[in-house]
Design a protein around this ligand. Structure first.
Ligand code: ATP
Ligand code: MG
Length: 139
């Protein structure tokens, strides 16, 4: 086990539905602490840069439009094996395939509007945390 930090985003659909509190409570209950958090409205350029690895995919325009459709909550979660554990708590990308009790099963409506983001590797976590937070903002 290793102590890790990972980037989480509560996406616009979950913010609109009033699920910020439910999602943060779930992370804390599972032993993932909030090392930093901010509610913000992403610009088109910020959303494109964040999801740059998907820029050649057919759904990229839809993804950027969705991620800029309303405010999000960007957070750094910290805990033992936080990267993989967050992905497990989130569930599969498509909520139709997500396990019972996962955040996407509970709160997501479709593969495009799927409630939460989580870093998928240590390299992604490092890049994504630095994209949104300065070291002084995390504790
Ligand atoms: P995220 O990176 O948001 O945590 P993920 O790692 O589970 O999600 P990725 O493959 O990285 O999945 O896709 C990034 C996001 O792009 C997905 O969360 C989803 O919102 C969107 N997406 C992925 N596949 C599709 C698709 N086939 N149609 C529409 N949107 C999609
Ligand atoms: Mg991803």
């Amino acid at each position: 086990m290793s102590r890790e930090r990972t980037l989480s985003i509560i996406k616009p659909d979950a913010v609109r539905a009033g699920n910020i509190g439910n999602i943060i409570a779930r992370f804390e209950r599972e032993g993932l602490a909030i090392a930093g958090a901010r509610k913000c409205q992403l610009s088109q350029a910020e959303a494109e840069g964040f999801y740059a690895e998907h820029s050649a995919r057919g759904f990229f325009g839809e993804l950027v439009a969705f991620m800029t459709s309303g405010p999000v909550v960007v957070m750094v979660l910290e805990g033992d094996d936080a990267i993989v554990r967050n992905r497990t708590i989130m569930g599969a990308t498509n909520p139709a395939n997500a396990a019972e009790g996962t955040l996407r099963k509970l709160y997501a409506a479709s593969v495009g509007e799927n409630a939460v983001h989580g870093s998928d590797s240590p390299a992604s976590a490092a890049r994504e945390i630095a994209y949104f937070f300065r070291a002084i903002e995390l504790s």
